[in-house]
Design a protein around this ligand. Structure first.
Ligand code: SF4
Length: 689
């Protein structure tokens, strides 16, 4: 093996790496490539290739209830037979598919096609619904297009100010902080995160669930102090009056009572942002949202308020300024473009659009009338499993639901009610361990494909080592099952062949990949849309027009509303969940990397010293958290980084350490995003379990 250029397997920054040969079979050494660095997760990513409990052969449950090794043919035959039996008895929608935002574009595309063509089911969705769906919904309704960052991340380097709402990039994607050296950084977060603690950052430590009120107040100050870009609003924005209507009642003193952020700080932040805007001679300003703003029952409206503020300042579409969403999962962007979402077809097309159905059906060689959908969103799909008329089988690819889904007691109950649970994964995740059948599949350094970064930059993932044992790609699972189900449509197992089909299916869509070839990706950086092979790609969107039918951005009037889970005497504090530097998502990979596991081995709860003193909880001692959905005992970390009304718990841990036992699965009415980021909780000192 010679050195292979590829990208980190984890987050949406997709840092460039080179994999170098080492003596051990299946192992590589990771080094950074180009000028960017790597975080600790990226440096140690090679460890995941050779973890001792790597899945290397298909597994099926035997008569004793144990998962035992079987051949691929046995496993595929069994799954196909069960699907045919269930569908004969109950119809096609009895089978469901759950995808993941870490799958390559090729796998995500093949998964959506497999669900709709081979299984003929409407019941397909993925874990991106837990991730950035509120930002996607808000940007689609404001700009007509959802690309996380509609500009290269490096554009941040020239800005005078960057407002981060609910995003902790210093922990989640540390190399991105290098782009913030020049800007005044403003951070909205109920916790003093590593990002809020950056040198010179202005921290607006809002009460959980009040970001929307805070952003309305920032916009109020901009409008009331005559700082808006009125020329831009007149030329490029529809219904700018809605900006005034929706923010007029949010003067800073009122917002202070709701958010806890001093009115003077709100005014200061608004003025810093406005001074950075080009309309006032500034070098540029960016407003960026993360999961902290988005994972709420009002997440779409909170992102909309951020977009409205950006529009008031004339930022979107202007060189060196803009609004963007910091997508989390490795292929969080590409994963939502190619059809594994309940309401979408490849090319970021709506499944409800007759023209989109006709285009994709022609590529797939099926009748548009036979394309099922739209289906249920992730939580609604999970809640329907095993119920009357609901799915009785689920195939899970690249997702660890028993850690990452909200209200886990309910998820466990629904998964247990299935007649067939199939999981394709790399390691025996918490979800794989309860499956009826487990398929061992390839991971990053063992496979070719493409990923799309948070900026819409399409990147080549390259195989550097042969997969161990009987491991095969998810593409083999789709092909093997489709054949056994009697489906005559093509399900290639060569990822480049899948990509060639994806190009055709995406042609003319919002996320148009038709001009991208793997050869081009070896030579140049390409940001979608790329509508022709001689098209240079589109690093920056919206310079002349937005993606709406009239080319103008749309203001949507929004207002603050409380967290769905009411605080009360029995549960008087907010529970907030989030990420750590050392771990990635459900932790299925990073908890198996010794260096990362040793650095953050177990779940903990950050508690303010005043609360700890009131309840008699010492640092390092056990504390019980209780919500309407469940309770757990974990170790207290007493710190002034959290507000006295807030408890912070990282969500990377499984089993007794899974904080999603406590979180609320109430949904945002637009994006169907669950409210991971705020629910009512009580605390008490506990004995060690
Ligand atoms: Fe990997 Fe993200 Fe870390 Fe870069 S920042 S090395 S992509 S985990």
């Amino acid at each position: 093996m010679t050195a292979v250029p590829t990208h980190c397997p984890y987050c949406a920054l997709q840092c460039a790496t080179t994999l170098h040969p080492v003596a051990r079979p299946g192992a590589v050494e990771v080094r950074p490539r180009g000028t960017g660095g790597l975080c600790r997760k990226g440096w140690t990513a090679a460890e995941v290739l050779t973890v001792p409990d790597r899945l290397t052969t298909p597994l099926m449950r035997d008569s004793q209830g144990d998962l035992v090794p079987v051949s691929w043919d046995e496993a595929l035959d069994f799954v196909a037979e069960r699907i045919l039996e269930l569908q004969a008895a109950h119809g096609p929608d009895v089978v469901s598919v759950f995808g993941g935002g870490g799958l390559t574009n090729e796998k995500a595309y093949a998964l959506g096609k497999f669900a709709r063509v081979a299984l003929r089911t409407a019941n397909v969705d993925y874990n991106g619904r837990f991730c950035m769906s509120s930002a996607a919904a808000a940007t689609n309704r404001a700009f007509g297009i959802d690309r996380g960052l509609p500009f290269p991340l490096a554009d941040l380097e020239g800005a005078d100010a960057v407002l981060l709402v609910g995003s902790n990039i210093a922990d989640t994607m540390p190399p991105a902080v290098s782009h913030l050296q020049r800007a005044q950084v403003l951070v909205v977060d109920p916790r003093r995160s590593a990002t809020a603690a950056l040198d010179g950052a202005l921290h607006l430590q809002a009460t959980p669930g009040t970001d929307l009120a805070l952003v309305l107040a920032l916009t109020h100050v901009v409008l009331q102090e005559g700082l808006a870009d009125t020329e831009y609003l007149a030329e490029r924005v529809d219904d700018a009056d809605a900006l005034y209507r929706s923010t007029s009642a949010w003067w800073p003193e009122r917002a202070e009572r709701v958010t806890g952020v001093p009115a003077a700080t709100i005014r200061q932040a608004a003025r810093v942002l406005a001074a950075a805007a080009p309309v006032h001679g500034g070098a540029g300003a960016f407003i960026l949202t993360g999961r902290g703003a988005e994972q709420h029952s009002k997440g779409t409206d909170t992102v909309t308020a951020c977009i409205n503020l950006a529009l008031a300042l004339g930022l979107p579409g202007r060189l060196g300024s803009g609004y963007g969403c910091i997508t989390g999962q490795g292929n969080g962007q590409g994963g939502r473009e190619h059809g594994q979402k309940a309401d979408q077809l490849p090319g970021y097309r709506s499944i409800a659009d007759p023209a989109a159905r006709a285009h994709v059906a022609a590529v797939w060689g099926v009748d548009p009338a036979d394309l099922p959908g739209p289906g249920k969103s992730a939580v609604e799909l999970i809640n329907s499993l095993g119920t009357a008329g609901g799915p009785r089988a689920m195939l899970v690819h690249g997702s660890n639901l028993l850690v990452s889904a909200p209200n886990l007691a309910s998820v466990r109950e629904r998964l247990a009610a299935l007649d067939l649970l199939v999981v394709a994964d790399v390691v025996p995740s918490e979800t794989a361990l309860i499956a009826d059948v487990v398929f061992p599949v390839t991971q990053w350094a063992e496979e070719d494909g493409t990923m799309t970064s948070l900026e819409g930059r399409v990147l080549r993932r390259k195989a550097a080592v042969a997969p161990p044992g009987e491991v095969r790609s998810d593409l083999h699972v789709f092909a093997g099952l489709a054949e056994r189900l009697g489906c005559t449509a093509a399900f290639p197992t060569d990822p480049e062949e899948v990509f060639e089909e994806l190009r055709l299916a995406s042609a003319g869509g919002k996320a148009d990949y038709s001009g991208i070839t793997w050869d081009r990706l070896d030579r140049e950086e390409l940001f979608w849309p790329v509508p022709a092979v001689d098209h240079p790609g589109t690093p920056r969107l919206f310079a002349d027009r937005f993606g709406t039918p009239d080319g103008r951005a749309h203001v949507v009037a929004v207002d603050h509303r409380p967290v769905a889970d009411d605080l009360n005497g029995a549960a008087p504090m907010y529970l907030v969940t989030g990420r750590l530097l050392q771990h990635y998502q459900s932790g299925a990979q990073t908890r198996r990397v010794p260096e990362l596991a040793e650095a953050e081995p177990e779940v903990f709860a950050e508690i303010h010293p005043r609360v700890a003193a009131q309840l008699g909880i010492a640092d390092g001692r056990p504390v019980r958290l209780q919500t309407a959905r469940g309770s757990m005992v974990l170790t207290a970390r007493v710190t002034t980084d959290v507000r006295p009304d807030t408890v912070f718990v990282p969500f990377h841990y499984g089993g007794a350490g899974a904080v999603n036992e406590l979180t609320n699965d109430v949904l945002d009415p637009v994006s169907r995003m669950p409210e991971f980021k705020a629910c009512a909780v009580s605390l008490s000192a506990a004995a060690l379990p």
